[in-house]
Design a protein around this ligand. Structure first.
Ligand code: ADP
Ligand code: MG
Length: 720
């Protein structure tokens, strides 16, 4: 079979799995009738003759681990990079691709993950100098991807990051006047559209990973489409658009973009042998772990395993457990294990670990979120173990908030995961769920816009000048009810007013739209001067915007909690965070101090950087930064001003019920309020993992709720 390189000598026999019908499975890519089924292009002969680089070195990791700026002038290294570039599946298709891009204003490009779309297409455009009139902007749904890809491309182009190649993600930017290739998160481009709806800085906009269908990408589709039309008519200054993805519902997209052409890059997908669980698994974590060890006992060394699980906490814990089990004497006869976690919030340096080549006699196991589905390509993978789940942001109807829930993935995602096993040679995929369960999964993931809180996006749309949300050209329109609920929430926050069918931003709303954060948190900052505590609020919002500042090593959780007890405030987690931040500043941002107190130095430093940015926005919006020193009551009152929809009430019997949606919720064990029973608790987030947990909580007073939103609470009849 073409592309079949090296059959696995020995197939691990894993208990509890059954092989899927045929011996091997080709990963389906949805074909579009726009081109016939054989409409692949790329020189097959040529591409299959070029050896795929077996390992990918990441010299930037070694030379300049902290990221930042690097320029590598080592010619051998450059030659090697060029060789790698020319070996990518997209390389032989370069001229055909450019030809098509020249002809059409919008083109959809589909190609397997790792074929070179994100790193190469922008370089091809630059090599042709098609960026003379404006920058090439490439959007990514994830900040990690935007940063690591920009680094990689700068390296391939042998320039300093922040020069010709730059990136812009929330709270972090590295661009200059000379930047021509700009990797941005979709959220950042959306924000830019507020001040420049025609996106006039750009000559090309590449909407990447379109299948992810984040809210921001979905809205960008409409904005970019509109900008393209306006620029053609008004300015005569064309905007070219490329929509890229590894997999997607191409017809839907092509129809949306006026039946634009769809191009397929021939990938190098090798056959993957499929296995399904024979029986439904009660505990998917246990099922995936036991599969990993069974494979480990059977597979030759350097046959690496990629495991798909859901979230940071779960992944850290499974990584730890696998490392512990690997120490067992019964496993010493098998290859040495290197186990790495992979999730978006992982420090960049640690993320590079997953790209390292596996030494002989060893095996690499990567435990990842859905980030490894399409966003990053990991070399060496022969086995995929798929839990069939992901943490998915889901909106609770009737409320103003989203929850992160572990949910079944879609079939399209399952195929993407499977595909990771066949990147370099043939491989195996173990699905820790039955074929029936697979068949019951939805075909494509539900776009985020149909399942999330729309408040933030509506605020931005109104700020861009779109006043009637329901007439906006959405690729998939959110329901009128969802829109109405978000509009109500925004008007409760005082951000918008409705005048004869059209939405207008209030003065508060205009300021809120300036902040790159959830409108509720923007409202809290704007309320700072009124409560005399902008300074404290900025700190709290900055800490909430970063990853957890706590370190809780397993086995030492109690020691960590006891050490941090001196910062604990009976008023709750928000004030505790404030006290920690102040103590950290007093220690002069000392690393040793952070370490001794079981605090994450990097995340605290990140919070400091975020805070600086928020201060700048305050200065731009003329918001005075005042401090209440130790008067923490006013800080909590101020938080209520934005988060009054996130409150739960204590019931007889000790349970909490949320006031908004009347659902049962529990204080999370990591909360300083855990074990206490305050009558009213304000929570930052609800997380559903089995139970519904309230995360990051503060004690609040019923009276404050009435003061902030009297109408809203009168309807909810709380006891005063
Ligand atoms: P696509 O967008 O089609 O999924 P990319 O352009 O992102 O593909 O990646 C093409 C190839 O470039 C990958 O297969 C990998 O070999 C290499 N590559 C991309 N990013 C990195 C990185 N950060 N470090 C090392 N290699 C990378
Ligand atoms: Mg890509």
């Amino acid at each position: 079979m073409a592309g079949f390189q090296e059959p696995l000598a020995k197939r691990p026999k894993i208990e509890g799995y059954c092989r899927f019908n045929s011996k091997s499975t080709h990963i389906p890519i949805q074909q579009s009738p726009v081109r016939n089924v054989n409409g692949y292009f790329g020189n097959k002969q040529h591409s299959s003759n070029i050896p795929v680089p077996k390992s990918i070195n990441t010299p930037q990791g070694k030379a300049n681990g902290s990221g930042g700026i690097h320029s590598n002038r080592n010619t051998d290294h450059l030659k090697n990079l060029f060789k790698q570039r020319s070996a990518l599946p997209i390389f032989p298709a370069r001229s055909r691709l450019l030809e098509e891009l020249k002809k059409s204003d919008v083109v959809i490009v589909i190609g397997e993950t790792g074929s070179g779309k994100t790193t190469q297409i922008p370089q091809y455009l630059h090599e042709e100098r098609w960026d003379r009139k404006g920058t090439i902007c490439i959007t990514q749904p994830r900040r990690v991807a935007a940063i690591t890809i920009a680094k990689r491309v700068a390296e391939e182009m042998n320039t300093n990051l922040g020069g010709l190649v730059g990136y812009s993600v929330r709270f972090e930017e590295l661009v200059s006047q000379s930047t021509k290739l700009k990797y941005v998160t979709d959220g950042m481009l959306l924000r830019e559209a507020i001040s420049d709806p025609l996106l006039s800085k750009y000559s090309w906009i590449i909407l990447d990973e379109a299948h992810e269908r984040t809210i921001s990408t979905d809205v960008l589709f409409g904005i970019v489409k509109g900008a393209q039309k306006s620029r053609k008519i008004v300015a005569g200054d064309p905007l070219k658009v490329i929509v890229m993805s590894a997999t997607m519902d191409v017809d839907h997209f092509s129809n949306y973009f006026n039946k634009c052409p769809v191009l397929y890059i021939e990938g190098r997908q090798h056959p993957v042998e499929m296995f399904y669980a024979r029986e439904k698994q009660e505990d998917y974590i246990l099922a995936t772990m036991s599969t990993v060890f069974q494979i480990h006992k059977e597979a030759p060394p350097q046959h690496d395993i990629l495991v798909f699980l859901t979230g940071q906490e779960e992944i850290d814990s499974v990584t730890h457990s696998i490392r512990q089990i690997a120490k067992d004497s019964s496993l010493q006869e098998y290859p040495k294990l290197r186990v790495y976690p992979l999730y978006a919030a992982l420090p960049a340096l640690q993320q590079l670990d997953v790209f390292r080549e596996t030494a002989s006699g060893e095996r690499k196991i990567i435990i990842s979120t859905n980030i490894a589905e399409t966003s990053v390509t990991i070399p060496g993978i022969r086995y995929v173990v798929d839990s069939g789940r992901a943490k998915i942001r889901t909106y609770i109807p009737g409320s103003g908030f989203d929850v992160l829930k572990v949910k079944k993935i879609s079939q399209a995602q399952a195929w993407q995961r499977t595909g990771r096993a066949g990147r370099e040679t043939s491989g195996c995929c173990y699905r820790a769920y039955t074929l029936n369960e697979f068949n019951a999964m939805t075909v494509n993931p539900v776009p985020e816009i149909l399942r999330s809180n729309l408040a933030s996006v509506i605020l931005q749309l109104v700020a861009v000048g779109i006043k009637n949300i329901l007439t906006f050209d959405f690729i998939d329109k959110p329901s009128a009810l969802h829109v109405q609920q978000a509009v109500e929430h925004l008007s409760l926050l005082g951000a918008i007013t409705l005048r004869s069918e059209t939405l207008e931003l209030t003065e508060t709303g205009k300021k809120m739209a300036q902040f790159p954060i959830d409108p509720r948190y923007a409202k809290i900052i704007l309320s700072g001067p009124e409560y005399g505590c902008t300074d404290e609020i900025l700190t709290i919002v900055a800490v909430l915007s970063s990853e957890s500042i706590y370190i809780n090593p397993s086995g030492k959780k109690d020691v960590a909690a006891n050490t941090r007890r001196k910062f604990t405030s009976v008023e709750g987690d928000h004030i505790t965070m404030l006290k920690i931040f102040r103590a950290f500043k007093a220690s002069k941002e000392n690393k040793v101090w952070a370490h001794e107190n079981y605090l994450n130095h990097r995340n605290l430093m990140y919070a400091i950087a975020v805070r600086k940015q928020l201060v700048q926005v305050c200065q731009r919006c003329d918001i005075s930064i005042v401090s209440c020193q130790q008067n923490f009551d006013s800080v909590r009152r101020c938080i209520v001003a934005g988060l009054f929809t996130n409150v739960a009430e204590l019931q007889f019997g000790g349970k909490y019920i949320t006031l908004d949606t009347k659902q049962e919720a529990t204080l999370h064990p990591t909360s300083v309020l855990f074990g206490g029973k305050p009558a009213y608790v304000l929570f930052s987030e609800l997380v559903v993992t089995g139970k519904t947990y309230m995360h990051i909580n503060s004690v609040v007073d019923a009276q404050w709720l009435y003061e902030v939103a009297p109408e809203y609470f009168r309807k909810r009849h709380i006891k005063r």
